[in-house]
Design a protein around this ligand. Structure first.
Ligand code: ZN
Length: 138
């Protein structure tokens, strides 16, 4: 069995953002040379997510509005976590949107449904954050 590991570094220009990382993951898969197996992609931070959904900007705005409704950033004082930090909302948003995705690898390609794409969801950005890609198979 082969195995391959790669980290991506992402630095968003705003506190919250969604980044399509599908091409970067496809690039890692190509680099790995693995034809059949599994590809794990996870955020290495507890204030960011990796998830699969539609590459449609309206939906991403809907995520933003929905997440702000259930875990509003402000006022920062509403959260017990915000003693030395101001990112309690980011931890909660990450919990809702998930830590990682696993995609089947078939014939050297990510075996997606028609509209599936991989996104990095940032909830406390403006600094370097890491994403792990681990691919196993043959
Ligand atoms: Zn925190």
């Amino acid at each position: 069995m082969k195995h391959f590991r790669k980290e991506l570094t992402i630095n968003t220009k705003s506190r919250r953002a969604y980044v399509n990382i599908t091409q970067a993951v496809e690039g890692a898969l190509k680099e790995s040379g693995i034809q059949e197996g599994l590809c794990l992609v996870n955020a290495m931070h507890i204030t960011a997510s990796v998830f699969i959904n539609d590459d449609e900007s309206g939906l991403h705005k809907d995520f933003e509005v929905w997440l702000e409704r259930i875990a509003p950033e402000k006022p920062h004082s509403q959260y017990r976590h915000n003693g030395y930090e101001d990112n309690a909302d980011a931890h909660l948003k990450r919990s809702v949107m998930g830590r990682e995705v696993v995609v089947a690898v078939t014939g050297g390609k990510l075996d997606f449904g028609t509209w599936e794409r991989i996104f990095y969801g940032e909830f406390d950005g403006l600094r370097n954050k890491r994403v792990l890609i681990k691919i196993i198979g043959e």
